[in-house]
Design a binder for this molecule. Structure first.
Ligand SMILES: [Zn+2]
Length: 359
């Protein structure tokens, strides 16, 4: 992979190539954009281009030299929790699953950045992910480094929300914005990366133009299937109480199987059962929202997006669907507030049934 493999984002690609071509030590960069648009990927390819031993004429990396491979390994092969698993003295990657980046987390890397010359790379690389999480102390120490940059080092800040970064830091960095990409381009890339064509077509319907979300589609596809089952039982023309009990039983079984599911940052106090159900409810709300758009005649997507035969569905007006969406949203809040999971699921499904029957 190389800078030119960044999806869409022509302007960002041009900027990164030109920065890589005119590479200067001591320059710092901010890669800014929404969660999931591929900023870390862009940072990795840029780090490779700057350090590449056979840099291409346009500034891009060769992707095969020793330095490109070193960076692919140290920055491209993160562990399941997103931390560096192959550390290297020249490559520092700072990330945290905590709410804040504190001084302890950045201090050592900032010292290492200038304490000695690089060993392998042309420029030592320090990447700080989610840099907007820096607290005041950490921000100030990074700012100090930006004011007196080292001769052989480059800092890249990856930022989800540039408004939260000290303006004095922003003004000292070259800024690159990564945007959501065109769905067709994402689909092409997914297939190129070996994703099954049908799965890729589905993935782009759920990814909102975010490549990372599309790449993780397999993971959410299971949630969609469970939510779809719930939706079908609750909206089918024939009332099916037994079906609801079966769904509750099957969700309970799946909840047990989901033990391996990763508990994300800031959610450490949640059990995997709770997180599993939260993901399912989020998806169920998506389906009802799409159902609403369908009913209002805004977007006819229920049939194609979820492979559902709409002729089997109950007649429902938008008020009913709105009430159901409110029920789901209330259940999500209760779930976060430690409500009893089984009782909550039972109440939610039977309340939705009740509302749906009122037509
Ligand atoms: Zn190379």
């Amino acid at each position: 992979m190389a800078i030119k493999d960044i999806i869409g984002n022509k302007k960002a690609i041009e900027m990164l190539l030109s920065f890589a071509k005119s590479k200067k030590a001591g320059t710092s960069y901010i890669i800014n954009g929404e969660e999931g648009v591929g900023k870390t990927f862009a940072a990795l390819q840029f780090a490779k281009a700057i350090n590449c031993l056979n840099q291409l004429e346009d500034g891009d990396c060769c992707n095969i030299c020793e330095n490109c491979r070193l960076l692919d390994k140290t920055l491209g092969q993160l562990d399941a929790d997103g931390f560096q698993q192959y550390p290297h003295p020249d490559v520092m990657y700072i990330t945290t699953d905590k709410a804040q980046i504190t001084i302890d987390l950045v201090r050592d890397s900032l010292i290492r950045l200038n304490a000695y010359k690089q060993i392998k790379l042309k420029y030592k690389i320090l990447i700080l992910k989610d840099a907007e999480k820096m607290n005041k102390e950490a921000s100030n120490s990074v700012l100090k480094e930006l004011e007196e940059p080292g001769d052989f080092s480059i800092i890249i800040l990856i930022v989800n929300n540039i408004q939260k970064i000290l303006p004095t830091i922003v003004s000292r960095c070259q800024r690159i914005n990564i945007m959501r990409a065109d769905e067709k381009e994402i689909e092409k890339k997914l297939i190129q990366l070996g994703m099954d064509e049908n799965l890729a077509k589905q993935a782009i319907m759920f990814c909102d133009g975010k490549i990372e979300k599309a790449l993780n589609f397999k993971e959410i596809n299971n949630d969609i299937l469970v939510a779809r089952e719930i939706f079908l039982v609750l909206t089918s023309k024939t009332d099916n109480v037994e079906g609801i009990f079966e769904i509750i039983k099957s969700i309970n079984e799946k909840m047990e199987e989901s033990k391996t599911k990763k508990i994300k940052g800031g959610m450490e106090n949640m059990t995997y059962q709770r997180l599993f159900l939260l993901d399912i409810l989020k998806m169920l709300a998506y389906i009802y929202k799409d159902f609403l758009l369908d009913k209002l005649g805004i977007k006819k997507i229920i049939a194609s997006k979820y492979d559902i035969d709409i002729s089997n569905l109950k007649e429902m007006d938008f008020k009913v669907i709105n009430t159901i969406l409110k029920l789901i949203s209330a259940a999500q809040m209760d779930l976060m507030a430690n409500a009893n999971i089984n009782l909550l699921l039972y109440n939610l499904l039977f309340n939705i049934r009740k509302v749906s029957l009122q037509q």
